[in-house]
Design a protein around this ligand. Sequence first.
Ligand code: MRU
Length: 371
Amino acid sequence: MRKTGENFRTIWQKPDDPEIIQIIDQRRLPHEYVVHDLNTWQDGAEAISEMLVRGAPLIGATASWSLYLAALQSRGHADRMAFINDAADALGKTRPTAVNLRWALDRVRRILPSADDKNLVPLLQKEARDICDEDVEISRGIGLHGLRLIEGIAAEKPGQPVNVLTHCNAGSLATINYGTATAPIYFAHAKGIDVHVWVDETRPRNQGSQLTAWELAENGVPHTLIVDNAGGHLMQHGLVDICITGTDRTTRTGDVANKIGTYLKALAANDNGIPFYVALPSTTIDWSISDGLREIPIEERNPDEVNMIYGRSEDGLCSVNTIASDTRISNFAFDVTPARYITGLITEYGICDASEQGLTSLFPDQAGHKK
Ligand code: MRU
C-alpha cells in the first residue's frame, strides 16, 4: 500500500468517530506504520512531547486538534473557556523551540471570545481543519517556488542528477503533506527532473534515516543515507548541488533554528560555495525576535535519546544502550544558523534573502513589527 502521496495526511479525524483524532506514531517508523488515537487534549500533549508527532507545522496542527478535544472534554464544565485556556497553557509548554506551537494556540485562543456553549466545538473543529488545509496549500506553495531552484540547477547540468542535501525530516511527516524542504524535491521528481537526495541520518532521533528516507522511498525519490558528518566531505568533492533544510523558528532577521547539526552544514556549504536554502511556512517566522542566538529557546531533551538506539534486531524491535553507564550526556535538540550563512528562504509567497528586508519584501504587513 502506498502510504504517502497526493492524498496523504499526518493527522485526521477518525472517519467513523470524529471525536477521535488520529496520527501516525512516528516513533515506530520505518519499521511499523501504526495509527494512534488521541482521545483527550492530554493525549495530544503527550504525542507532542514524546514525539509521536514532530516537525514544527505538525506540532502546531496537533496542538489545534488538541484544543478541539479540550472543547469536547469541557462539556458540562462550569467554565469551559477556563478549561480550554488551561489546556492551551499546558500544550504551550510541551516543546519550546518550534514557534508554530505558539502560533496555533494563539490562533485558536483568538476565536474563543466569539464562541458560546453551542458553537464552541464546531468552531474549534473548523479552526483545526483550516489550519491543516492551509498547511497543505502552504507546502504546495513552497514546493512550486523551490522547484525553480532545482530546475535552474538541472538546466546547468543536463543528463546528470541534481544532488540535494537535507538534514532531519522536513518532509510530509513534519507537516500535513508534502513537507517544507522536501516539497520542491517532490515537485521536481513529479516533473521528471533527475533529483537525488543525500539524507543526513540526524542523530540522536534519526529523523533522517527513519523518516526522511522512508517517505522518499514511499514516493520513489532516489536518495542515499549518510552519517551526519559526511556532508562536508561530499560538498568538498562536488557531490552536493544545493542544501535545503527546514526550520522550527526563524527570526524576522532571517536567523534559523533547526535540528542540531544544521549550522555545521551551513558552514560547510558556505566554505564550498554551495547554495544553502531554508524552506519554511510563514507560520514558522517569529516576527517578535531578531537575534536567533540569544532569543530562540533551544530544547534540551532526555539523555536517553543519545545513549539508546532503537531498531530491528533478529528478535524484533528493540532499544539498545550503546555507552558506558557513567558517561555524562548533553542533548541539545536544535541549533541556530545565522542569516549570513543562508542563501535564501523559500516560503509559500516566494524566495527571499535571509534578512529583515528580504522577509518584509514578502510580508509587507509585518514591516516594523517589534515585540
Ligand atoms: O525535533 P523535531 O523532529 O520536531 O524537529 C524538526 C526539525 O528540526 C526539522 O529539521 C524540520 O526542518 C523543521 S520542521 C519542518
